[in-house]
Design a protein. Sequence first.
Length: 273
Amino acid sequence: MPAHTEISTTQLSRLIGLPERPVLIDVRTDADVAADPRILPASQRRPHDQVSIWGKSLAGRSVIVICQAGGKLAQGTAAYLRHLGIQAESLEGGFEAWRDAGGPLVPLGVIPAMHDQQGSRWVTRSRPKVDRTACPWLIRRFVDPDAVFLFVSAQEIGSVAERFAATPFDVEGVEWSHRGELCTFDVMVERFGLASPALSRLATIIRGADTARLDIAPQAAGFLAVALGLSRMYRDDIAQVEAAMLVYDALYRWCRDAGDETHNWPGPGQRGA
């Protein structure tokens, strides 16, 4: 059982991907990361010996600190954050416990470079519908919470990608796009090492809506209707993506926790009342 200043891998796994998740700080040494260059979903690497500098930016946030085995680096960093008035815990058993429990791990080599601590940059076509709102949700929740998304006209994507050092996605001829029957969301789940029963179920719904194969998931048609409705409600692409985040959050929780739940009204004891 974890100490009162620790969180278990099981407890943390229930928070991954949720909008209210804590900030995950990875303080493993460069040597440990080189031996296994993967990180927990949406975690940020920070040097433990500079916590007095970067720690102040976490005021008001809940933080989980991760080191290789859950020992001195994570516990010491978390203690220093608590000294700064920040709610902080360390991950019991650290990276090794998470890895051994089969938790998802994102390969560092596939995450686009960060820019001035502002997050990765991505660019795609304007007027998003399905994939171009689903991918930002996946990236923000599981890869890079500070990611920046640029929506531009199709003919300018290549030039914008070059001038702004942004990674193009969901357009033809780029790495992050459709592959065979898979949509871009599918490709990202696979490449980022995020496969799980919940995300696989969500990916099927998104693929059905995005590729006009509404028969592959009963929810695909309803989801497509919501996505198209949002595209009519918002002229601003960023505002539309922000509004869609709640939809994806709800769908993800349904896929993870409520996919087998049914609902009926009135209840058996109320009929005829």
